[in-house]
Design a protein around this ligand. Structure first.
Ligand SMILES: [Zn+2]
Length: 305
């Protein structure tokens, strides 16, 4: 930033600070300062806000978001943010930070969609009793038809914060909603005629996707990617793979593929990536490109025509 521009920013920021406007606490370039708790919500905030917002994620790029830990500096940035977009019940550290702070505006995606109850796997229930999800499955973002409600909430809240951006936010939200609707239609068509409807994943992130498109997800570990599957759970998965002629065991990008690879080798089946879109492993990818790759991988594994 040039010295002249820096002075301008100070001059612009000063009256806002004096009037106590929420934007005074935001980014010093005059944009709305948004903290998103993990990638899919960051994607929505960036797409809807465009260049009127500065979006940061509380989960570092390439990190697995379930068990994220926040530094004191991040907690204080939450406190100073114009808007925090998060999913309550998903990341305990973010829930705790929000309980201690008072950002100007908060969007909780859990209020925008009805979360499904967690499907307890009896054989492995002991293994993840201590995880953070409560009784619901957090992974709603893998059903693209559930995303437009979050888009609408983010657009409405950004409009409250920055009324001059109303038209921009509305246009961006409409374009993004159309992308999610297109994805939903592409999934529905692409997964209509398949030889198999059962897919095996490493952690149970794809329950919403399975519900939406009439598939059956079998997770090796539970909802928490760090949970170690029990021997009983592994035996149950092996039986399903044999009985249903499953050809592929999916693993994901941000978690070690070891368990999935060992199981696939034991059973003589393939492995492939199915990405729970919890964070970006590839900075050139985005929600839409990953969702399309996931559809291709599912269609291949399930022999869809
Ligand atoms: Zn997950």
């Amino acid at each position: 930033m040039s010295i002249a521009r820096r002075h301008l920013a100070v001059l612009v920021a000063l009256p806002l600070a004096l009037t106590g406007c929420a934007s005074a606490s935001g980014a010093d370039d005059g944009t709305v300062d948004v903290m998103a708790s993990f990638y899919p919500l960051q994607f929505v905030a960036e797409q809807v806000g465009g260049d009127r917002v500065s979006v940061r994620s509380l989960t570092p790029p390439g990190a697995e978001p379930h068990d994220v830990e926040l530094s004191p500096a991040q907690v204080s940035r939450i406190d100073g943010a114009d808007l925090v977009v998060y999913l309550s019940g998903f990341q305990a550290a973010v829930d705790e930070a929000l309980a201690q702070t008072s950002p100007a505006h908060v969007v909780d995606a859990a209020t925008d969609t009805t979360l499904r109850p967690e499907e307890h796997k009896d054989e492995s229930a002991d293994e993840h009793e201590d995880h953070d999800h409560g009784d619901v499955d957090p992974h709603f973002w893998l059903d693209p038809s559930r995303m437009p409600e979050v888009v609408e909430d983010v657009a409405a809240t950004l409009t409250e914060i920055d009324p001059e951006g109303a038209d921009t936010f509305a246009a961006n939200a409409a374009a993004l909603t159309e992308q999610f609707e297109n994805l939903d239609a592409t999934y529905a068509t692409g997964l209509e005629q398949c030889d198999s409807r059962t897919f095996v994943t490493s952690h149970e992130a794809f329950g919403y996707l399975a519900d939406r498109y009439g598939l059956h997800q079998v997770g090796i570990s539970g909802l928490d990617p760090e949970a170690e599957p029990s021997p009983a759970r592994l035996a149950a998965v092996e039986k399903i793979v044999r009985d249903e002629g499953v050809t592929t065991i999916f693993f994901e990008t941000l978690v070690s593929p070891k368990v999935a690879e060992t199981l696939a080798a034991d059973l003589g089946v393939d492995t492939a990536v199915l990405d729970p879109i919890e964070g970006l492993a590839d900075p050139d990818a985005d929600y839409v490109t990953i969702a399309r790759d996931n559809l291709d991988a599912l269609r291949m594994a399930l022999s869809c025509s």
